[in-house]
Design a protein around this ligand. Structure first.
Ligand SMILES: Cc1cc2nc3c(=O)[nH]c(=O)nc-3n(C[C@H](O)[C@H](O)[C@H](O)COP(=O)(O)O)c2cc1C
Length: 410
């Protein structure tokens, strides 16, 4: 190629990534607005991301049975409705761990969100949550610091923690979260060791990514993503930027994950934090009662989205007995497999006070940054409202077990 044709081609190449820049506040990918449901956003995320990054979001542990079950068990539940109920005024407003929320769901913590959109990352998610009026939960392994997230989101923010080997580091993080305005902490208890995610090893995927022929080829096939990755700061655990971290995120996890952690440490955390506390990753009524006995404000029914113990039951299956055991002594949060507003109705009808969403917003983030996350939230909120109207119930308190037609759950 020579002369004018080459100049036109080069100009096109340099303009191309900018045309799609989500950081441009006026730029709205029309495809995002056209996404009808979370499945559409997932499809768009798959198109935009290198395969290894898509698989990191989308995948689960081992044979991915729990990942699949979390979704499919919602589908097994049938809803019935009250006919001829006046549904002209639907109200989805909720209070979750003492905070007002426009809807009974919120953003679940996910590590290194800049991986899924290097330019937008956590800031985009935090802004979208704030503009939609739902709480934002930040992962301890976020790729943006708690201070920067707080500057982007003056609304309700919660901070997810692990009990690190270095307890002083935990105390330091609690103080930083408090100073930045985070009103609750969420202790994740389903990661005594990392789950076995075989899609990651098949893709040679690590954080930060290593360059191999496989990762290189996948990245070249996603030029917008690669452009963003190359023109933004390195993706790392930003809350620990002041520490020397060898071996990237995995090195940090290996150095800090403490396999000796027990309920005594959870109690220590309770005593170290004077705000709200949720315990995330509960699968049995007995552990739910332990949460209550150490003074947790919320029991969070979760299996980490099927990323930890494979063959664990779907969260919607473990929820009813846990709710029964807790009997109102703490709030119940559920996550795992929520992809439709009707899933939220089912979770509330079976005993949850609120629902957390993970992949549903990550697909939106990957597909279109802040607007993609907002679209995911709006889709779920719209579906929730429509399902409530179709069920003849106008208030969240009206989402009760009698809406469930046939309980195939144990
Ligand atoms: C890519 C990814 C990263 C995650 N990172 C964290 C994390 O750092 N801390 C945590 O407690 N949970 C983490 N989770 C689990 C979510 O908070 C949530 O429990 C799970 O995604 C819910 O399932 P769902 O994706 O089917 O909605 C992560 C999930 C995904 C998909």
């Amino acid at each position: 190629m020579r002369g004018k044709a080459r100049r036109v081609w080069l100009a096109g190449c340099s303009a191309w990534p900018q045309k799609n820049r989500v950081s441009d506040p006026d730029y709205i990918p029309s495809s995002i607005a056209r996404a009808r449901n979370i499945a559409d956003l997932r499809h768009m995320a798959r198109e935009r991301l290198p395969r290894m990054v898509f698989d990191y979001i989308d995948g689960g542990a081992d044979d991915e049975m729990t990942l699949e079950r979390n979704v499919s068990r919602f589908r097994d539940i049938e809803l019935v409705w009250d006919a001829l109920a006046n549904v002209s005024d639907i109200d989805t407003s909720a209070t979750i761990m003492g905070a007002p929320s426009a809807s009974p769901f919120f953003i679940s913590p996910t590590a290194t969100s800049r991986l899924f959109h290097p330019r937008a990352g956590e800031l985009a998610v935090a802004r979208a949550a704030h503009s939609a009026g739902v709480p934002y939960a930040c992962s301890t392994l976020a790729s943006t610091s708690v201070e920067d997230i707080a500057a982007a989101n003056p609304g309700t923010k919660w901070f997810q923690v692990y009990v690190w080997r270095d307890r002083a580091l935990v105390t330091e993080m609690l103080a930083r979260a408090k100073a930045a305005g985070f009103s609750a902490i969420l202790l994740t208890v389903d990661v005594p060791v990392a789950g076995n995610r075989e899609r990651d090893s098949a893709n040679d995927f690590t954080i930060p990514p290593r360059v191999t022929w496989r990762t290189g080829a996948q990245a070249l096939a996603a030029p917008h993503y690669l452009w963003d990755l190359m023109t933004t700061p390195e993706i790392r655990p930003a809350n620990f930027a002041h520490m020397k971290i060898d071996g990237g995120l995995i090195g940090f996890i290996n150095a800090q994950f403490d396999r000796t952690v027990t309920w005594q440490d959870a109690r220590w955390l309770r005593d170290s934090w004077d705000g709200k506390l949720a315990i995330k990753g509960i699968a049995t009524p007995e552990d739910a009662q332990r949460c209550v006995s150490i003074g947790a404000d919320a029991v969070w029914v979760s299996n980490h989205g099927g990323r930890q113990l494979d063959t664990a039951p779907a969260t919607i299956d473990t929820l009813p007995r846990i709710a029964e055991a807790v009997a109102g002594a703490a709030e119940i949060i559920l996550d795992g497999g929520v992809r439709r507003g009707s899933d939220i109705v089912k979770a509330l009808a079976l005993g949850a006070n609120a629902v957390a969403i993970g992949r549903a917003y990550l697909y939106g983030l990957a597909a279109g940054g802040e607007r993609g996350v907002r679209r995911a939230i709006d889709i779920l909120d719209g579906e929730l409202r429509r399902t409530m109207a179709l069920c003849g119930r106008t208030r969240l308190s009206g989402l009760t077990r009698d809406l469930i037609f046939r309980r195939t759950l144990s």
